[in-house]
Ligand binder design. Structure first.
Ligand code: ZN
Length: 300
């Protein structure tokens, strides 16, 4: 919120769509939550609306009525809500949490974060250099799992207690470029969606981490480029047909797991890793949280 003059308040809102004419100068480079400036509309609230707008919290879902759109002197599309001292009609409405519009906004927000994951990671990394330092290690239970933010980046430490899928051969599976989809089974020769012949393999697997004290667990997804980084030097191939690579993968994983496979005791080594936390919608339209590894190399 910015105060341009005495009886006005500038509000910055997004509905997670983009418009080329949007883009306030203030937010050219450093937009909140890594949103592109084409998705942020500046609205100047005048008079009584300025008073209403002042009480809004960041992250509130609002419906604004009777906005006047205009192009400002910078050539940016902006909007204003003018006051009417006599009628004092309420034009800023905070939406009820069950409002159908909120469900639509959240769906768009999550789709947006899904689509822009990589650029968001870079944005967050640029704007939070402390992520690199040793002092910001976060705990699996208190910091990561209890974090209410839509997207979070964390650095933590834990040991691997389980792997998914249980067959190392299935860690790498065929990928369809056209559908941007990794198949569920390594033996598939054609895409299950578009029936295209599949040639490329990609890693896609999960590791269940336990924190140092054994107080909490975190399922971490490791896929695509992040998996190539994690398994540095082991390219994604058909592991059923490449026994040499399969053996190397097994060696690394067994080292990571310690003897947990035999005795169920958690005695693998503690490793430092980075995870991104975000929400996606499952087939039943329910939101589930994904923890995805990034920037982590498994030392050989
Ligand atoms: Zn396909």
């Amino acid at each position: 919120m910015v105060y341009p003059t005495e009886n006005a308040v500038d509000l910055y809102v997004t509905d997670f769509t983009e418009n080329k004419r949007l883009g306030n100068r203030e937010y050219r480079t450093n937009t909140p939550y890594g949103l592109p400036n084409e998705s942020i509309l500046q609205i100047t609230l005048w008079d009584e609306h300025a008073e209403d707008g002042e009480d809004l919290q960041i992250g509130t879902f609002v419906l604004l009525q009777n906005l006047h759109a205009k192009i400002n002197t910078n050539g940016d599309l902006v909007a204003a809500l003018h006051g009417d001292r006599e009628l004092r009609r309420k034009k800023i409405n905070v939406l009820d949490k069950n409002d159908v519009e909120i469900a639509k906004l959240i769906r768009r927000r999550n789709a947006y974060y899904e689509e822009h994951q990589n650029s968001l990671e870079y944005h967050e990394r640029d704007s939070s250099p402390e992520l690199e330092s040793d002092t910001t290690e976060q705990s699996i239970t208190n910091d990561i799992k209890d974090c209410p933010e839509p997207v979070g980046l964390f650095r933590t430490r834990g040991r691997v207690i389980s792997v998914i899928p249980s067959n190392f051969e299935d860690f790498s599976r065929p990928y369809c470029h056209r559908c941007n989809k990794i198949m569920n089974f390594a033996e598939y020769e054609n895409c299950t969606q578009c029936f295209k012949k599949l040639k490329v393999f990609k890693y896609d697997f999960g590791l269940l981490f336990e924190d140092e004290l054994g107080a909490g667990t975190l399922p971490v997804l490791i896929t695509n480029e992040d998996a190539n980084t994690f398994l540095d030097g082991l390219p994604p191939v058909n592991l059923y047909k490449n026994p040499m690579f399969l053996q190397k993968l097994k060696d690394r994983m067994h080292k990571l797991l310690g003897n947990v496979l035999k005795s169920q005791a958690s005695c693998g080594p503690l490793i430092d890793f980075c995870v991104m936390s975000y929400e996606v919608e499952d087939e039943c339209n329910k939101f589930i949280r994904i923890y995805k590894m990034f920037d982590t190399i498994l030392e050989d």
